[in-house]
Design a protein around this ligand. Structure first.
Ligand SMILES: [Zn+2]
Length: 335
């Protein structure tokens, strides 16, 4: 049973102080359509970094990078969609608006605030217990980027205006090709079993990433391994470098076969339980069981009771907060 195996690395209830219980997940993210990651505007190049190709292969190559922010923001939004449906988002401490991301008004009360943290709002801050890393592409970015020049079309839907003149407005755009593999490590610190289910659900159910994600940016996430221990797993970069070494030279080109990639990944991560601080890896069956369990908890029938149970698990903390706030106010009045 997966849950018994992970029990020593899970918290029994939410606590304020870290205790070093660490669950690590290996996530494979595969683009299913053209994808664009960039901060703003057009014409900006894709985010890439020059790094060593493999652990053994010391050549330098540019790798595409999917930054932490690009991963976590859509995933948090996915979970918050469910919280919103079941009315489990709270008003912010000033009571002006319902908890929302990227505003200065986190509610400090909802599942998302407790798990992913928030920056100083009314009452200090909460550290995130879901840690992500930049995800790297396995292959060099030069293999993975396409360039498209688009003639702007007229309102008639054609490239020619009413007088028959061709459109001259050009738009060049770089994109990441479909079928590109990114790998990364997600770390869960001192989470309860239900928090783990919630956070893994967010990773598994998020399918759109990046700029203009409603038109492009379809991505599939797969969990290839779950580990428990007292320390973090090796980094995403070490992982892709290890995989790169395992690929034959003629396999190192796009499109890379997903089956080949998964086999190479399993090969690399199978040695990790002998690394410092990492005690257990779920077997393939246990991992399937865990994913089925996450799906079940978030299914339309079980979602409401699952999220309510998770939200109620923070109730003792909310009471402490409310009490300390009252005390604070009392003092102010005395002064
Ligand atoms: Zn909140």
């Amino acid at each position: 049973m997966f849950i018994e195996k992970l029990q020593p690395f899970l918290a029994t209830s939410y606590e304020n102080f870290p205790k070093g219980r660490t669950i690590g997940a290996v996530v494979l993210r595969t683009t299913q359509s053209e994808t664009i990651f960039r901060t703003e505007g057009t014409g900006e190049p894709m985010c890439s970094e020059y790094v060593q190709a493999g652990v053994a292969d010391t050549a330098t190559i540019p790798r595409l990078v999917m930054t932490k922010r690009k991963q976590i923001a859509p995933e948090r939004r996915k979970g918050r969609e469910f919280l919103r449906v079941h009315e489990l988002l709270y008003p912010d401490p000033k009571g002006n608006s319902i908890c929302s991301l990227n505003t200065n008004a986190p509610c400090e009360m909802c599942v998302d605030c407790f798990l992913y943290g928030f920056a100083a709002g009314g009452e200090g801050a909460q550290k995130s217990r879901v840690w992500t890393e930049d995800a790297f592409s396995v292959l060099p970015s030069t293999e993975l980027i396409g360039d498209r020049t688009i003639n702007a079309i007229f309102e008639t839907g054609t490239m020619r205006d009413e007088e028959g003149k061709a459109s001259t407005a050009l738009n060049t755009s770089e994109y990441i090709k479909p079928g590109v593999h990114f790998l990364d490590i997600v770390t869960f610190k001192d989470v309860t079993a239900d928090e783990l289910r919630y956070a893994l659900g967010n990773v598994l159910l998020t399918t759109r990433y990046g700029a203009v994600s409603s038109r492009v940016g379809r991505m599939e996430n797969q969990i290839l391994g779950i580990f428990g221990g007292i320390a973090e797993l090796p980094s995403s970069l070490e992982l892709v470098q290890g995989i790169y070494d395992k690929l034959a030279t003629d396999q190192r080109e796009h499109p890379l076969n997903t089956g080949v990639l998964i086999a190479a990944t399993q090969n690399v991560i199978s040695t990790w339980t002998s690394k410092r601080g990492i005690s257990v890896q779920l077997s393939a069956t246990e991992l399937d069981e865990l994913i089925a369990d996450v799906d079940r908890h978030l299914s339309i029938d079980d979602q409401a009771s699952f999220l309510k149970r998770l939200s109620e698990s923070y109730e003792p903390m909310r009471k402490v907060k409310a009490a300390s706030k009252k005390k604070g106010k009392g003092k102010e009045q005395e002064a």
